[in-house]
Design a protein around this ligand. Structure first.
Ligand SMILES: [Zn+2]
Length: 391
């Protein structure tokens, strides 16, 4: 951003207000060095467009009491979607993170993308109706998918769990159906983003590991996902394990996900004659202390910990967060992962490392999707170009 330059735009000023760095016009003036008349002009643009309100009065100010500048979070709604293998978590959430309405829908991602996205758009429209809100209040849609996403195109990049979705224009399709901007990212990236902003805003690096039907990770550096050049950063579920032979959804044999995911444990329990089909069911069994489920989860944690030890040695992150269905009942998986990371790395890598379960649980991706949309829609550039359009 322009910082102390006199060329600070209306979008730059909004960024200062949103971040909390500027609470009053005087703050904006001090930070940007804008002249009084230019500042008045830019503020009028922001207020007229509904981006900023002036409310109350700043406490302890001397001289003429100053109004507090506020980004009107409650008025900016986001439709947030966490697409899983067999179901979706849908929410209407405001810019401040308040969930206005929420629904769970059975949506299969192994069907044709067209059909799945039409269903999704219908469910989102129903959710808005139920909450008595209108699409006109929605600034954007954020969608997390369990697949690598090439961020420059917003399209899935060879998604192992979503055959038929490679390079599919998810954002364009939903935008046509709903009429608002749509942003797509890998679900573990969004979960990591949500967790990072909510719980660890000062952590320079955070590794979020989702263990559900499959395994994926999100690398969050200085509050932003590091996606890699093809969207593959954090895709640790398909690292091959020596000696493992089971065929993976990606077509290869012996991937980490075929041995350490909730889906893999469900399979192993079925091989033992048990009627278990999902990661959530496995997680509940572990929470209930089922000996075989606990044993297999501990083994999974050790295998995952081995792979994560490399990531921890490479990144030296401040936080590792475990999320997804397998982290929702108790700390069996977390304890095994932690123990293995400590065993496999030098003390320097772990001395200041905090390893924990997700604090946002099932809504981590929803909150991440909200940040993704708000960051994009209210970036200084996006705001300036919209203000230019309205003249
Ligand atoms: Zn694989």
């Amino acid at each position: 951003m322009a910082g102390t330059s006199v060329s600070a735009s209306a979008g730059d000023i909004l960024a200062l207000v949103r971040s909390g760095r500027a609470r009053t016009r005087r703050d904006v003036q001090e930070i940007t060095g804008l002249s009084r008349s230019t500042l008045a002009l830019r503020m009028a643009q922001l207020i007229n467009a509904g981006y900023v309100r002036e409310v109350g009065q700043a406490a302890g100010s001397t001289g003429r009491p100053a109004k507090i500048l506020s980004f009107d979070e409650a008025r900016q709604l986001v439709l947030a979607v966490d697409l899983g293998a067999t179901h979706a978590n849908l929410a209407i959430v405001d810019a401040g993170g308040q969930i206005v309405a929420q629904a769970h829908a059975e949506l299969r991602i192994d069907l044709a993308p067209d059909e799945t996205l039409r269903n999704l758009a219908k469910r989102l429209a129903e959710l808005l109706t139920r909450a008595r809100r209108s699409i006109d209040e929605v600034v954007g849609v954020g969608v997390g998918i369990p697949a690598p996403v090439r961020f420059s195109t917003q399209r899935p990049n060879y998604p192992p769990m979503m055959p038929g979705w490679h390079d599919f224009p998810i954002a364009e399709t939903l935008r046509t159906l709903l009429g608002v901007p749509v942003f797509v990212d890998n679900d573990a990236n969004l979960m990591g983003l949500g967790e990072s902003r909510a719980r660890y805003p000062d952590a320079p690096s955070l590794l979020f590991v989702k263990v559900g039907t499959g395994i994926g990770a999100g690398v969050i550096l200085h509050g932003e996902p590091e996606r890699g050049i093809a969207g593959g950063a954090g895709d640790i579920g398909h690292i091959r394990l020596p000696g493992a032979t089971h065929r993976c959804t990606c077509g290869a044999y012996g991937c980490l996900a075929t041995e350490a995911s909730g889906g893999a444990i469900a399979r192993m329990l079925r091989e033992g004659g048990r009627d278990v089909h999902s990661a959530s069911e496995v997680s509940r069994l572990v929470g209930d202390g089922d000996p075989r489920a606990v044993e297999l989860t501990e083994r999974a944690g050790r295998l995952l910990g081995d792979v994560l030890a490399t990531s921890v040695a490479l990144l030296n992150p401040s936080v590792v967060v475990l999320g997804g269905a397998m982290s929702s009942h108790g700390a069996t998986l977390l304890d095994a992962v932690r123990e293995r990371i400590y065993e496999r790395t030098v003390p320097l890598a772990t001395r200041e490392l905090f390893i924990a379960s997700s604090s946002l649980g099932g809504d981590a991706a929803i909150q991440g999707a909200r940040h993704l949309v708000i960051d994009q829609v209210f970036s200084a550039d996006a705001v300036d170009s919209r203000l230019e359009l309205v003249g």
